[in-house]
Ligand binder design. Structure first.
Ligand SMILES: [Zn+2]
Ligand SMILES: [Zn+2]
Length: 396
């Protein structure tokens, strides 16, 4: 089959590789009909996530049709149409029973690699490094899905792929970010980063009762999309714009009730601290560039909530923890507990409350994927979201 492979930092190639096989009676093999490139794939592309190996198949946002199931798979049969959650969960461990699916204790065979750095390991993830399980990803024509009784969401209606594909990650991730923000009816919510997760966090914040959402970014196409959802926008790249001042001005000096950091470890900052982080990361004295996190901690109102769906990987420097303590803020974060959200959000799509396909800007083939990684990383061609049809012909 054809697959998009990580071949080193800033190097991605579409190669012909062996088809996946059932390795465990709980596995299913999925023939992939649509897959996507995620903002967090850019962290792999940029070499921020350790334990990637040359030849690893990328991708964790995919859906398709069940091709084959193992002997113990009772929930699926050949021909079923399914969306696959990017986190892999066993359904039986202490954490799965508590519905903290992203903390599954049984789905990461390389848990020891995470334990060394984090104390404990999270669940395995598709296509996201060996320390996250080393599972082949879904930017390919087929994928092996472990614990197939637990994760895959069956699509029984005739909704097109593009409307349901983002149930694999970014829609639930944006929704959980809004839920983690503990929004009360009438609240003002600030969202840093208007990429795909930020867009779904904005839409979800309104669904959960926010009166106002203030969206912060620097890319015009993203700000425009945020405005189309009803958000007020702040372009931090504009001269004389201070995000902290703008947020104060917009909230009568109090600060937003909730702040959502949908940027994570590769934040850009025009200020001195941005340069400081770049230098420290380059000297390997810091792994992440947390300028959004710093700003969000400072901006949130006293007693407010900070929700972090943006991915962080390692050790953070100069985080104003004293401000977090002094204001008594609540911080909630983590990988998405996908399995809690896929079905309820599918119902919202079926009822016509939201059509997640509005976010798609590019539809490409597997052969075009390597070039599009670079285009998106370099913030060119107004990319908002890239969807791949793994069976489309490059020439078409
Ligand atoms: Zn993703
Ligand atoms: Zn589990």
């Amino acid at each position: 089959m054809k697959a998009v492979c990580w071949m080193g930092k800033s190097k991605v190639e579409t190669l012909t590789v062996a088809d996946p096989k059932l390795l465990n009676p709980h596995d299913a093999i999925i023939k992939i009909t649509k897959t996507a490139i995620c903002g967090s794939d850019l962290h792999l592309y940029d070499g921020f996530i350790p334990t990637m190996e040359s030849g690893d198949i990328l991708g964790h946002e995919f859906m398709g049709v069940v091709e084959e199931v193992g002997k113990e798979v009772t929930n699926l049969r050949r021909g079923d149409r399914v969306v696959i959650p990017f986190t892999i969960a066993c359904g039986n461990c202490l954490f799965c029973k508590k519905k903290i699916w992203a903390a599954c204790d049984n789905s990461n065979p390389n848990a020891h690699l995470m334990e060394a750095a984090y104390g404990y390991s999270g669940s395995g993830l598709f296509g996201y490094s060996h320390m996250m399980g080393g599972y082949a990803g879904g930017q390919a024509q087929y994928a092996r899905v472990p614990f197939a009784n637990v994760g895959p969401l069956k699509i029984e209606s005739d909704l097109p792929d593009e409307k349901v594909l983002f149930l694999s990650d970014i829609f639930p991730t944006g929704y959980m970010a809004a839920e983690n923000a503990q929004i009360q009816s009438g609240d003002t919510v600030a969202v840093w980063g208007c990429g795909p997760v930020g867009q779904f966090a904005i839409a979800s914040a309104f669904m959960l009762g926010a009166a106002r959402v203030i969206a912060i970014d620097r890319l015009p196409e993203r700000l425009e999309m945020a405005r189309s959802l009803g958000a007020i926008t702040v372009d931090y790249s504009e001269e004389d714009v201070s995000v902290l001042t703008a947020l104060k001005d917009l909230t009568g000096g109090i600060g937003p009730d909730a702040c959502i950091d949908a940027v994570g470890l590769e934040a850009h900052s025009a200020q001195l601290q941005g340069t400081y982080d770049k230098v420290k990361v380059a000297l390997m004295m810091e792994t992440d560039r947390p300028s959004v996190l710093r700003q969000a901690i400072q901006a949130v109102r006293k007693g407010g909530t900070l929700s972090v769906p943006g991915v962080y990987g390692g050790l953070l420097d100069k985080v104003p923890f004293g401000a977090a303590f002094g204001k008594g803020i609540t911080m909630k974060m983590g990988q998405t507990n996908m399995h809690n959200y896929m079905k309820p959000l599918l119902e919202r799509i079926e009822k016509g409350q939201i059509d997640p396909s509005y976010i798609i800007s590019h539809r490409i083939t597997l052969e075009q994927a390597p070039e599009m990684y670079k285009v998106w990383r370099d913030k060119k061609e107004n990319v908002t979201k890239i969807v791949i049809d793994p069976w489309a012909n490059a020439a078409a």
